[in-house]
Ligand binder design. Structure first.
Ligand code: AMP
Length: 173
């Protein structure tokens, strides 16, 4: 298998979307076919054999990685979405993020009770997004086996705030 330096393909964009934010742009990573394949192969290798019942993707960059993972594992994909996007009955939660605040929703009937899931987003910053998503997922009756990210901004301490969840990331800053 090829061994590409994935971190070298993440573009750093200073002062986007606000002054002081160093935005980690994954379009340069997923735009490289072999690098995208390596990302997906690493995730598939990790989660194959964990007897998961579903993969949960966080809108919207989480969908890029959660959909191919679900397909490879042979399980369903459950979307956690911004408010007003999911058409049936939802649970909703409000949370703070690195810049601003946001709401997330999940369909109430997303899981069979006790379903074992991995939750995927592109990047872990403060942990606000994935922490809120995890509460929603548990409210909907699933068990969060692990939280997975392509990028972890370790200096922001999101991992510590998410104790006792198990956390996996491919690239750390
Ligand atoms: P947080 O809730 O603070 O962990 O923020 C995570 C969410 O915000 C993820 O969905 C990221 O896509 C996005 N995000 C936060 N900070 C950055 C950053 N520096 N670069 C790119 N995306 C970010």
């Amino acid at each position: 298998m090829t061994n590409i330096d994935l971190a070298s393909l993440v573009r750093n964009v200073p002062d986007f979307p606000l002054p002081g934010i160093q935005f980690k742009d994954i379009t340069t990573l997923i735009g490289n076919g072999p690098a995208f394949a390596q990302v997906m192969n690493l995730l598939i290798e990790r989660y194959r054999g964990m007897q998961l019942d579903a993969v949960v993707g966080i809108e919207s960059r989480g969908f890029i990685f959660s959909a191919p993972l679900a397909l490879a594992l042979g399980v369903g994909l459950v979307p956690v979405r911004k408010p007003g996007k999911l058409p049936a009955d939802t649970y909703q939660i409000e949370y703070d993020l690195e810049y601003g605040s946001n709401k997330l929703e999940i369909h109430r009937d997303s899981f069979t009770p006790g379903a074992r899931v991995v939750v995927i987003d592109d990047l872990l910053a403060t942990g606000g997004t994935i922490g809120a998503a995890s509460k929603l997922i548990e409210q909907a009756g699933a068990v969060v086996v692990e939280l997975a990210f392509v990028i972890e901004l370790a200096f922001l301490g999101g991992r510590e705030k998410l104790t006792p969840y198990s956390i996996y990331s491919l690239i750390q800053y």
